[in-house]
Write a protein that binds this ligand. Structure first.
Ligand code: ADP
Ligand code: MG
Length: 300
């Protein structure tokens, strides 16, 4: 296990930010840490990276305890904090060289070059960080987090504030990096998790509400299969409900119904029904339950 979190609670003054949270993250996985604003995501990430202590509970990273062995933990963890605090007056290369120094990275110069290549900062390496776009600043943040070649990467909302192109680029970069490392990334965007994460952990108001593979989570919370069916002529909702296996029907327009069915093969019965009634099906489209709905159900 790369990360083990056991019964972790964090109380800030009067505020309980984390309430008895437990989960494990396996080596090599990309795990999405999903929750609405204020759920406790950043708090958990700061505890895992030894930036703040937990009030109670236990956290281990690569076998090292965050309370007893913080130096070992920090050696094995790279961290991209939420607001990516960079030195805007420093040059990209200079900044990365500086971080490499902090971590006492051997062959510093080569490592900096390697990082610049890996995150695609070749053309920007001699610019001031303050002159870079948000997307390129995130690349600097990622390079900084990986400079000491940690096994685990903790990325706190790495794509927030990026435009759609930058978003795509950073997601691809994370996926690429995830082939070799364990990544825990927080987000409040469901599509993000669907796009890049094998597993999803959802927290809400400091409590764990889900911990499953992204696919399973989508499946488990699926109430039924939803189809949009368009016919060439008007169809009566009541008649449609007589088909075995059709659970719910909503009239979208005169010719179009939105139907919830209990199993995939009910589609055959719908075709039979249409033939008997001399109707032609123009389109039949399956809607998959998005993780967004799952998220809403679990955190409402
Ligand atoms: P998220 O990252 O999911 O948005 P946070 O971990 O930042 O959530 O915050 C969780 C809760 O803890 C919030 O209610 C927030 O206001 C509170 N909180 C976070 N940091 C502090 C702090 N330093 N002092 C007091 N309360 C805090
Ligand atoms: Mg946060």
């Amino acid at each position: 296990m790369s990360i083990i979190v056991k019964n972790v609670t964090k109380i800030y003054g009067e505020q309980k930010a984390l309430d008895n949270v437990s989960f494990e993250i396996e080596k090599g996985h990309i795990v999405g840490f999903l929750g609405p604003n204020g759920a406790g995501k950043s708090t958990m990430m700061k505890i895992i990276t030894c930036f703040i202590p937990q009030t109670s509970g236990e956290v281990k990273v690569c076998g090292f305890d965050v309370t007893d062995e913080p130096i070992d933990v920090k050696r094995h963890v790279g961290y991209l904090p939420e607001h990516n605090p960079l030195y805007l007056d420093m040059y990209v290369k200079e900044y990365l060289d500086f971080t490499a120094g902090v971590y006492k990275v051997p062959n510093r110069k080569d490592r900096v070059k390697e990082m610049i290549d890996m995150v695609g900062l070749g053309l920007e390496q001699n610019k001031k960080i303050g002159a870079l776009s948000k997307g390129y600043r995130q690349r600097v943040g990622l390079a900084q987090a990986m400079i000491h070649d940690p096994e685990v990467l903790i990325l706190d909302e790495p794509t927030t504030g990026l435009d759609p192109n930058q978003l795509e680029e950073i997601r691809n970069l994370i996926k690429q990096i995830g082939k070799e490392k364990t990544i825990m990334l927080s987000t409040h965007i469901m599509q993000e998790v669907e796009a890049i994460c094998d597993k999803t952990i959802i927290i809400n108001r400091g409590k764990l509400v889900a911990n499953d593979s992204t696919l399973e989570l989508q499946k488990k919370n699926q109430q039924g299969i939803v189809l949009t069916v368009e016919f060439d002529k008007p169809v009566l909702k009541a008649e449609f409900l007589t088909i075995n296996g059709v659970n719910k029907v909503a009239q979208k327009s005169e010719n179009t119904l939105v139907v919830e069915i209990l199993a995939d093969n009910v589609r055959n019965d719908i075709f039979q029904f249409a033939m008997q009634k001399d109707l032609t099906i123009l389109t039949m489209q399956k809607e998959t339950q998005s993780l967004e709905n799952v998220f809403k159900q679990l955190t409402k």
